[in-house]
Design a binder for this molecule. Structure first.
Ligand code: NDP
Length: 481
């Protein structure tokens, strides 16, 4: 069986402890490889390599840094099939989705930031003829980047690419649950000739490796995507050390459907926004509010379409819903379905683990589940489930639906379906969320600010916002007379 290695100082190395952790194939429920159980000693090695590389990398001309990133993008594209297969096996997501979304987006992240840095400019402020101020934008230092398991390579590269483009060197930790494509990325970086120490990838547990990165006294900046509880823990360590922090956390996103919407477009997009990637996208709309006049029709059509979704092995071309990522996660999602019933919810479809045949019988599959009859403020409707489970609720007025939509601690994304122009603008202005999609879902322009409000996070990623994060502005004032 394969043993994954850390990528430190340009080389693939074993963890110092020589200890490994089991890596599961969620589609079959068996161990299929091993990942380093690294600890703070490995993080220290990675930090030393990143620190030694920082001066040269941050002073490397932007166009040279850009070329390395573009080369990495090219190699990701060249290895699309291999990476997509690895992602699907490691995560349980349909291979088709990995090929269509995850891996192309990982390449795009490197392309986007590799070219974006060439256009990034700082400001100058003239004080008429007495002085001029200009802003120097300098790479912050060694960046700590920590990412989750749901979109493994996609989100890992979303952090690493802007950090490297901005001139930071990086110590990164992918999720211990889905390490494989990050490992393959180390091989790609070696093939691209990325100078040693510029990017270092340390595999292992959050409590050990993640914690060692966050609490490292010389890593001045942490970019983290993951759960809100982990984010809070990270903030409590990093804030008193005055680290720069970007926290992209959980969500409980509303999908608000008015009776005047373009019905067919809404219905098919809502199937995707509910169940794509087994509902394990932080941007999925898990609370569906439907204007009362449309409620019964929507309910019948939506449930009928949901029942048709093929739950199956990730490599099967017909599969729309693959395996959820792990056994503990499957159990967590199923426990929320149980809770929903205790809270008075009625299961309209799904509601159970799905047992496939043959070699996939031990895999972690859940039937796509639609629940109705729950109050907006019960736990099922307030807590993040992060699986193929949605609730539907009727509403009567804009004011009512806004207050229900905004009642959660989260504020990441939202979707509004209406053909009423001014209502669309009113809703957009009043929803508590970092992103509002009107008559669409998951349309992403990488130049836009990405992030959440309230317990969904702090800071913004995307476009030049990411470069602002990975650089420190310094004001230089020159007296002219
Ligand atoms: P976790 O918070 O459990 O883990 C995220 C990463 O942090 C993993 O690499 C994890 O390692 C690591 N980690 C865990 N504990 C610590 C610690 N104490 N110190 C430092 N690092 C630690 O999230 P999940 O992986 O379960 O991801 C799902 C969550 O991510 C959901 O809440 C989802 O909404 C959110 N998310 C948010 C997005 C956004 O853009 N806002 C996008 C995608 C997901 P390990 O795997 O070993 O535990």
């Amino acid at each position: 069986m394969q043993y994954i290695k850390n990528y430190i100082n340009g080389e693939l190395v074993e963890p110092i402890s020589k200890n490994y952790i089991d890596n599961y194939d969620p589609s079959r429920g068996n161990v299929y490889s091993y990942i380093p159980d690294s600890d703070e000693q490995d993080v220290e090695l990675a930090y030393s390599a990143a620190n030694a590389a920082f001066h040269e990398w941050s002073n490397t001309p932007k166009d040279v840094r850009s070329k390395y990133l573009l080369k990495i993008a090219e190699l990701i594209e060249k290895n699309l099939d291999k990476l997509a297969l690895a992602e699907s096996l490691d995560n349980g997501k349909p291979l088709k989705l990995a090929k269509l979304v995850d891996i192309p987006r990982a390449a795009h992240n490197f392309n986007f930031y590799g070219t974006g840095i060439l256009h990034y400019a700082a400001h100058a402020h003239s004080m008429e003829d007495s002085a001029i101020n200009y802003t120097l934008r300098q790479a912050v230092g060694v960046a700590g980047c920590i990412s989750p398991w749901n979109l493994p390579l996609y989100l890992f590269t979303w952090k690493i690419a802007p950090a490297l483009a901005a001139g930071c060197t990086v110590v990164a930790k992918p999720s211990e649950i889905t390490p494989m494509t990050a490992y393959l990325l180390s091989e790609i970086c070696m093939e691209a000739g990325l100078p040693k120490g510029v990017l270092n990838i340390v595999h292992g547990l959050g409590g050990k490796v993640g914690n060692a990165i966050v609490s490292h006294k010389n890593i001045p900046l942490i970019s983290f995507t993951g759960g809100t509880v982990t984010g809070k823990q990270i903030a409590s360590i990093a804030a008193p050390m005055f680290k720069k922090l970007s926290l992209e956390l959980g969500g409980k996103n509303p999908n608000i459907i008015f009776a005047d919407c373009d019905y067919e477009k809404m219905l098919h997009t809502t199937i995707n926004s509910s169940f794509q990637n087994q509902g394990q996208i932080c941007l999925c709309g898990s609370r569906i509010f439907v204007e009362r006049g449309l409620y019964e029709k929507f309910k019948n059509d939506f449930v009928a379409l949901t029942k048709k979704l093929v739950v199956g092995a990730p490599l099967d071309d017909k599969t729309r819903v693959g395996a959820v990522v792990s056994k503990p996660h499957m159990e967590k999602v199923l426990s929320y379905i149980e809770l929903a019933q205790k809270e008075g919810g009625k299961i309209l479809c799904g509601g159970k683990r799905k047992i496939l045949e043959g070699e996939f019988a031990e895999g972690y599959y859940i039937e796509p589940t639609v629940i109705e009859g729950l109050p907006y403020n019960c736990r099922t409707n307030q807590e993040e489930i992060f699986g193929p489970v949605v609730t539907i609720m009727p509403f009567d007025t804009e004011e009512e639906v806004l207050s229900m939509a905004n009642s959660v601690v989260y504020g990441l994304a939202s979707t509004v379906w209406t053909e009423h122009l001014t209502r669309a603008h009113r809703m957009a202005a009043n929803i508590h969320a970092g992103i509002v999609w009107i008559n669409c879902w998951l349309m992403r322009d990488l130049r836009t600010p990405f992030g959440g409000v309230k317990a969904s996070g702090v800071g913004r990623e995307g476009g030049f916002e990411a470069f602002d994060f990975f650089t420190e502005p310094k004001n230089v004032c020159i007296k002219l007379k």
